[in-house]
Design a protein around this ligand. Structure first.
Ligand code: 5AD
Ligand code: SF4
Length: 481
């Protein structure tokens, strides 16, 4: 009998990829995916611990399952990912009907754990990376590499895939829970990555996004003493036939080397999209965050990027309301955003995480309404810049990887307002190599193709255009990525 799996994923792209692996392994066990939680025999939540809000969401979702479990005790409910690593005991306390708690380093064991749980009804199982114990209670190195298992149906689209090149993080920023949930940084072996990328290309993937918490710190030390860094890895991946685009996220400012930027410049398949979180524009705050660089270092890095790349597309993350952040500190963040002119920034209100250095040593002393106001203010500045930056695309032709119908088109079809066949005109969406979203009129046959689109209107988040058969301007495609 077919078993039905419902899986909900929150958090970063690493989690999206982890869920893809889990689904692939469960399909081998005869599972099929369902989007109806009521019909599922197994319900899994792949969780995030970066901010309290995501954890609360998971606890609410779990709370709603209590009755379902009472009615049908054979349903298996599992919590995977960062919360599972961090709060094993707490999850069982707050949701005693949960059967499985599996940390991100042990996801390979999910099928076996589900089977065990089914066999020993009522038995609760928890697996996570071991901790070293003692004063620095950190997660031990994991030797599992789960990645070769893939499930194309779980990808953002059939022609776009994530490829994890690095596990964990060694930076220990004081606010961040990631080194505790995903363990120390480990680069995956280049030969294995090339093999995996070739499989993805054979499956029709045009775009691969390399993932790592600090992806540009990637390094693999071979047995003979040689080592491979991200620039070298990009050169190797660039050779693979069929792959048209390569991206990498997320970067760490100190490791944005000239060698890497040269590779981005010289390898046409590599996107000039660089997401390099600054977190704050104040040296005082950066020091308390233990980010390992000053605002001056960050500015220098920006200069280096602009020296190498004619049209970089830059993005950042910022945390507002971190411990001790004054109005003056916050103004410095605004200044940095004004100066760097990011394509977009992800802005977060500081959320104290148990077990981090900041939670142990620094007070969470910026009141919530102040965090909220600073968040809105910074967002407003960023949105204005995003729109201004998009203006340079007016009249230009960009190269778009067509992802599918736009959100509005999907809504219209779902409501029965339209019926779409291969040829009927509909609003499509896709992305430029620099990660800008483009909306234009086309048809379903164009999905999965790379097409030139001339831009006639822009907003802060979207470029609007029309497919052209001939490129406008001599170098517009090459220049305006
Ligand atoms: N509170 C708020 N934001 C956080 N981030 C990481 N930890 C926290 C926290 N405790 C943000 C950082 C990081 C992004 C993924 O999440 O900006 O770059
Ligand atoms: Fe967290 Fe800092 Fe590592 Fe990013 S670099 S995952 S913010 S510890």
């Amino acid at each position: 009998m077919t078993k039905r799996l419902y899986i909900e994923t929150v958090g970063c792209q690493m989690n999206v990829l982890d869920s893809e692996m889990v689904v692939a392994s469960l399909r081998r066990d005869g599972y099929e995916l369902t989007s109806d939680i009521e019909l599922a025999d197994t319900i899994l939540f792949n969780t995030c611990s970066v901010r309290e809000q995501s954890e609360n969401k998971t606890y609410s979702a779990l709370g709603r399952l209590k009755d379902a479990k009472t009615k049908n005790p054979h349903k298996i409910i599992g919590v995977l990912g960062c919360m599972a690593q961090k709060d094993q005991r707490l999850i069982f306390e707050r949701a005693p009907f949960v059967d499985l708690v599996v940390g991100p380093g042990q996801l390979k064991q999910v099928p076996e754990l589900i089977a065990q749980s089914q066999a020993g009804a009522g038995q609760q199982l928890a697996v996570s990376l071991q901790r070293t114990g003692g004063s620095s209670d950190v997660v031990k190195r994991s030797h599992e590499t789960f990645d070769p298992l893939r499930d194309p149906t779980m990808r953002p689209t059939p022609f776009q895939a994530f490829l994890r090149i690095q596990i964990g993080c060694d930076k220990f920023c004081t606010y961040c829970v990631v080194p505790m949930t995903r363990g120390p940084e480990q680069g995956r072996e280049p030969a294995q990555l090339i093999e995996e990328a070739k499989i993805l290309a054979d499956q029709g993937c045009l775009e691969i996004t390399l993932l790592g918490q600090t992806v540009n710190s990637y390094r693999y030390r071979h047995g003979d003493g040689r080592s491979t860094n991200l620039a070298e890895l990009l050169h190797q991946l660039h050779e693979i036939e069929g792959i048209r685009r390569l991206k990498f996220v997320t970067n760490y400012p100190k490791d944005m080397t000239a060698e890497l930027l040269t590779a981005v410049r010289d390898l046409p398949k590599v996107s000039p999209y660089l997401h390099v979180p600054a977190q704050s524009g104040s040296n005082e705050v950066l020091k308390r965050m233990k980010r390992g660089y000053t605002v001056e270092d960050y500015r220098e890095m920006m200069d280096r990027i602009r020296e190498h790349l004619p049209h970089p597309s830059l993005a950042s993350d910022f945390i507002v309301g971190f411990s001790g952040e004054t109005e003056e500190d916050f103004q410095k963040t605004i200044e940095l955003v004004e100066e760097c002119r990011f394509k977009n920034s992800f802005i977060f209100k500081y959320s104290e995480r148990t077990g981090t250095k900041a939670a142990n040593l620094l007070p969470d002393d910026v009141p919530y309404p102040v965090k909220q106001r600073r968040n809105n203010e910074l967002l407003e500045v960023q949105n204005r810049i995003s729109e201004e930056e998009n203006h340079r695309f007016l009249g230009a032709t960009v190269e778009v990887l067509v992802e599918g119908p736009s959100k509005a088109a999907v809504k219209r079809e779902e409501s029965g307002e339209t019926t779409v066949t291969g040829d009927s005109p509909l609003q499509l969406t896709g992305r430029t190599p620099c990660d800008r979203i483009v909306v234009f009129e086309g048809n379903l046959r164009q999905v999965g193709q790379i097409m030139p689109v001339a831009i006639y209107d822009v907003s802060a988040f979207t470029l609007h255009g029309a497919v052209v058969t001939e490129h406008v301007g001599p170098h517009s495609l090459a220049l305006l990525t």
